[in-house]
Design a protein around this ligand. Structure first.
Ligand code: FE2
Ligand code: FE2
Length: 383
């Protein structure tokens, strides 16, 4: 077996991604497992639309120049916690992994759930690729150490989802994705806003589902949900790291940048809303109303982001919910047009896009709530 692990990286001789202690090791294991190279899953992961997870690249030198001395105490505490690696060995099937009857799963549920797994795997891997690249390019010890630890976690998460997909005869070819998926360039400050939010909303999403299924275990139609608690704690730490990175430069969260923060909050919330509404059977099986779920996740995310952002979106504003619903309908219209094809289809798509754009503008211009950012940034997972 050809484990192409660089000489300078630590290895633990792991054979499962859950036990890998470095990102290189984790990816080598997944490469080795990539025997199926399933086209469907990989093609789905390759898709680049406004709603699918993307791969990012940035100005790594600018990131490398960050000085964390001003926030040293909070930083060292976070790094020590990540170094202690409480979730090592956790993301692995064990006796809690119930048998999944893929054959007899209701076809629409199966389709939506597989889509959910592939898109989650792509999102995890997107973080992994970005963090690993930062670690590789950087010279700043604080930064490379952080990004190495975060890449380690994301590689495990992606590996675990691939374990689940493999049971359905699918897998996402991560090596192929790294080389072939389109990379979107974001300046570092946009990476901070987007990645910070995706980590914190990821935490809020996973913990909300976890708590719901804890109270209603009969609705847990797949064992992977049992792993969501530790999972979301990893995402929580990653979000903490980005909050601290932003704290090193107060300009990032004040002045004109607040408009950018508002833009990213609106885009991330709206995307989640539309994407989740594309999976009605999945949410029905979980016994979750997607409108309730969205509001719950937005509430938690808003509460968390007060740690560093001076504004939160007014998700109880009378225009918020109806505009999200209109945006969702516009999105359905775009999809129907695309499917229909021809001139009529194209027209439908254009009208849908115009409606979606106007909804987004309307959401963006809902007045925000402002508040004072606390002096101490660090939070602990409390939901
Ligand atoms: Fe993750
Ligand atoms: Fe993460």
């Amino acid at each position: 077996m050809n484990m192409q692990v660089p000489q300078n990286s630590r290895t633990s001789g792991a054979t499962h991604t859950a036990d890998a202690t470095t990102v290189e090791e984790s990816l080598a294991i997944q490469e080795e497992q990539a025997k199926y190279d399933d086209n469907f899953a990989t093609e789905t992961a390759m898709a680049n639309t406004l709603l699918t997870p993307r791969f990012y690249t940035t100005d790594f030198d600018e990131l490398d120049a960050i000085n964390v001395d001003g926030i040293r105490a909070e930083w060292d505490e976070l790094i020590a916690q990540m170094e202690a690696d409480p979730n090592k060995g956790h993301f692995k099937k064990n006796e809690d992994w119930d048998h999944v009857d893929w054959e007899n799963m209701e076809p629409q549920l199966k389709k939506e759930f597989i889509d959910f797994l592939i898109s989650s795997c792509t999102a995890e891997f997107s973080g992994c690729v970005l963090y690993k690249e930062m670690k590789r390019r950087g010279n700043n010890k604080d930064i490379t150490q952080l990004f190495q630890l975060m890449a380690r976690d994301e590689a495990r998460h992606a590996g675990f989802i691939n374990d689940a997909l493999r049971e359905a005869g699918l897998r996402v070819n991560l090596g192929f994705l790294t080389q072939s998926k389109k990379y979107t360039y974001f300046r570092p400050k946009f990476i901070y806003y987007a990645t910070y939010l995706s980590e914190k909303i990821g935490y809020a999403r996973y913990i909300t589902i976890f708590r719901h299924l804890e109270a209603n275990p009969e609705l847990r139609f797949h064992p992977i949900f049992k792993w969501f608690e530790e999972w979301c704690n990893d995402e929580f730490s990653h979000g903490e790291a980005f909050a601290l990175l932003m704290k090193t430069d107060p300009k990032l969260t004040s002045g004109r940048n607040v408009y950018w923060i508002k833009f990213f909050l609106t885009a991330v919330y709206a995307t989640m809303y539309v994407r989740d509404h594309q999976r009605p059977a999945f949410h029905k099986a979980l016994g979750v109303d997607p409108d309730w779920y969205a509001h719950e996740v937005f509430t938690k995310t808003s509460e968390l982001t007060k740690q560093i952002f001076p504004i939160t979106l007014d998700i109880d504003h009378p225009r918020w919910q109806p505009t999200l619903e209109r945006l969702q309908r516009a999105n359905v219209q775009i999809a129907t047009g695309k499917k229909q094809g021809g001139l009529g289809g194209k027209l439908k798509e254009l009208v849908g896009s115009a409606k979606a754009a106007s909804c987004f503008v309307s959401l963006y211009f809902i007045p925000v709530k402002t508040h004072k950012v606390p002096a101490v940034t660090r939070l602990v997972p409390s939901y």
